[in-house]
Design a protein around this ligand. Structure first.
Ligand SMILES: C[S@@+](CC[C@H](N)C(=O)[O-])C[C@H]1O[C@@H](n2cnc3c(N)ncnc32)[C@H](O)[C@@H]1O
Length: 315
């Protein structure tokens, strides 16, 4: 692969914030190009390299300083790492709990989620994530999933589309865009990226609005918020006391969800207090929405929307 698969955002800040224990068990639920995973692995204990085969076969040695990396996109396998401390899980991270049960992992020392899509998704024309290229309207991160973006724009009601555009894309004129799409699809199904651009009636010069439209659809196609909710609950239950969870978010809706969850420890965002008014959240906040430095944004403009949130599980 000649393209840059991904440039990780806030790499150093994230790894430092995870406070990695060399003998710990870690999970990177969004492997992508493997930039964050490689950095985690280099902080883990390397003593396994000197073990003999018998020791390596024993489960406790596999548990010592180990990283499990998830990605639901099989393209990420092109970045696989040759390291006995590393296991790749080709799966949606919503199944985190099941996979940890499968590997016999009861507790983890830390988890990283660098949410959303990779540069590869945006820059690979045939995946249909970007309005910059003519391609089938696909947008599935998991290429074996059934529902594509074309299925959604051709079958959802005007009301459903308007809600998605407003909620996930924060499009102010979401209703008008949904109406225009429904009118256009009555003439001819919307099958390609350029069909959607034309149907939406958003002028091509308004690239920010088009990006919001495509983002909204992508979030719906991949049920990004549903998967995030399930993963957060599993991560909370798997984390050891003192273990850390680091999450990089890229748009306000997912950021709000993560912020409320890390403050309260629940999906409702309800902060429970004891008789004396002490916050009963299972987490202590370490990073509260840190942004990339101006220098990083200049080097990697796609890091400009990243927000880093880190929390530690209380004893
Ligand atoms: C922003 S990239 C991560 C980049 C990575 N940190 C790196 O250093 O290259 C997000 C990755 O997570 C994957 N992903 C997104 N949502 C997922 C989910 N629900 N389950 C599994 N993988 C997911 C995407 O396929 C993509 O490869």
């Amino acid at each position: 692969m000649n393209e840059v698969y991904h440039i990780p955002a806030m790499l150093q800040e994230t790894i430092e914030g995870l406070n990695i224990k060399p003998e710990g068990v870690y999970v990177d639920v969004t492997f992508g190009g493997g930039g964050h995973s490689r950095a985690i692995l280099s902080a883990l204990d390397n003593s396994q390299f000197t073990m003999n085969n018998e020791q390596r076969a024993c489960k406790s040695s596999v548990q010592k300083g180990h990283l499990y990396s998830f990605d639901q996109d099989q393209d990420a396998l092109a970045n696989a790492i040759d390291d006995p401390k590393w296991t790749f899980v080709l799966s949606n991270f919503r199944y985190l709990r099941n996979w940890m049960d499968y590997y016999g992992v009861e507790h983890i020392d830390g988890l990283l989620a660098d949410l959303g899509v990779s540069f590869h998704h945006f820059d690979c024309p045939e995946r249909g994530f970007s309005f910059r290229f003519s391609a089938p309207l696909d947008m599935r991160m998991n290429q074996t999933a059934k529902r594509t973006a074309a299925d959604i724009v051709n079958t959802y009601s005007e009301e459903e589309l308007a809600n998605i555009f407003r909620l996930y894309g924060e499009l102010k004129n979401g209703r008008a865009v949904a109406q225009a799409i429904c009118r256009a699809r009555a003439q001819k199904p919307i099958e390609r990226t350029e069909d959607l651009v034309a149907a939406s009636r958003i002028p091509e010069a308004m690239s920010k609005e088009l990006a919001r439209l495509f983002q909204a659809l992508r979030i719906e196609v991949n049920d990004e918020l549903g998967a995030l909710r399930e993963m957060l609950v599993a991560a909370r239950d798997l984390l050891k006391p003192g273990g850390r969870i680091a999450i990089l978010t890229y748009h306000s809706l997912e950021d709000r969800l993560v912020k409320n969850f890390l403050r309260s420890g629940n999906l409702e965002g309800t902060i429970e207090k004891d008789f004396y008014g002490n916050n009963l959240s299972p987490f202590v906040l370490i990073e509260k929405g840190r942004e990339a430095s101006a220098e990083e944004v200049a080097r990697n403009p796609r890091s400009r929307s990243a927000k880093l949130r880190i929390a530690e599980k209380k004893p």
